[in-house]
Design a protein around this ligand. Structure first.
Ligand code: GSH
Length: 256
């Protein structure tokens, strides 16, 4: 039996982490039964989520979870793709995870208005007297991570320009197709769709969100894959009749 360790739903999204959403989509694509445990963060072997336990075998990291599924269950996420197509899919996925993600992380953790209504809520259950210190230390750690990655050394305008190029790239690769590489989902869809879902989250005001909202094919793709993989989080009305995105009333657990 597989257990997927997650943060749980936040901000109207299936999970606070796009990497957790990716792992969940991979498991669903491979049609493997699994249960979800939102209590595993403190035991995360690499200090991050997601990780899975598969009959006691622990695999930490969404890409290693993919490799595990491919190896143990013989499931080829990219079946039908040529070698160049597989490579393009991999490159787009890693652009999202190792570039776009970091610009989004900055917008959420380092911009006060977004942090206060967003990540700050992760610490609501910490003991009140310690909470300010815990929040301060966590935010400092993320600032250091952003600096170490390099994205955090740029101005906001520079980051948005770089992330904007990522968004344009995804839109161009997707074009009018149903999925990134054609008419059936592949591994990169499991990774890119959650990144777009987070980018488009109406809860946060970011340049990345505005840029993504300007791409009708990405907006439609996000809604389509949300309906397919997380129907409880999909827009309740047909996309064509949907009102413009409005901020959600409150944060943590809203979507649960
Ligand atoms: N490369 C990892 C990235 C996972 C990751 O960055 N997880 C973040 C949430 S989006 C996390 O758990 N952060 C907790 C922390 O750094 O304290 C994967 O693909 O699983």
């Amino acid at each position: 039996m597989i257990t997927l360790y997650t943060f749980g739903p936040y901000f109207g999204l299936p999970d606070a982490s796009p990497f957790v959403m990716k792992a969940e989509v991979l498991l669903k694509m491979a049609e493997l039964p699994f249960s979800i445990d939102t209590g595993g963060f403190n035991k995360a072997p690499k200090g991050k989520l997601p990780y899975i336990s598969d009959d006691g075998e622990i695999i930490a990291d969404s890409t290693l979870i993919r490799f595990h599924i491919e190896k143990k269950y013989g499931f080829d996420f990219d079946e039908g793709l040529s070698a160049p197509e597989r490579s393009i899919a991999w490159a787009v996925e890693k652009m999202c995870e190792d570039h776009l993600y970091w610009a989004g992380l900055h917008a959420r953790w380092m911009v006060d208005e977004n942090f206060d209504k967003g990540p700050r809520r992760f610490f609501d259950s910490a003991p009140a007297p310690l909470r300010p210190l815990i929040v301060l230390l966590a935010r400092r750690r993320f600032r250091r991570n952003l600096w170490g990655h390099g994205m955090g050394r740029h101005t906001e305008a520079e980051m948005e320009a770089m992330a904007g190029r990522d968004i344009d790239t995804i839109a161009d690769v997707l074009a009018e197709k149903s999925y990134l590489m054609g008419e059936r989902p592949c591994a990169a869809d499991a990774a890119v769709f959650p990144m777009l879902a987070h980018a488009l989250c109406p809860y946060f005001d970011t340049g990345i969100r505005s840029r993504t909202e300007q791409k009708p094919n990405l907006v439609a793709y996000n809604e389509r894959l949300m309906r397919q993989y997380f129907p409880a989080f999909a827009p309740k009305v047909e996309p064509s009749r949907q009102a413009p995105a409005a901020p959600l009333p409150s944060a943590a657990g809203d979507a649960a």
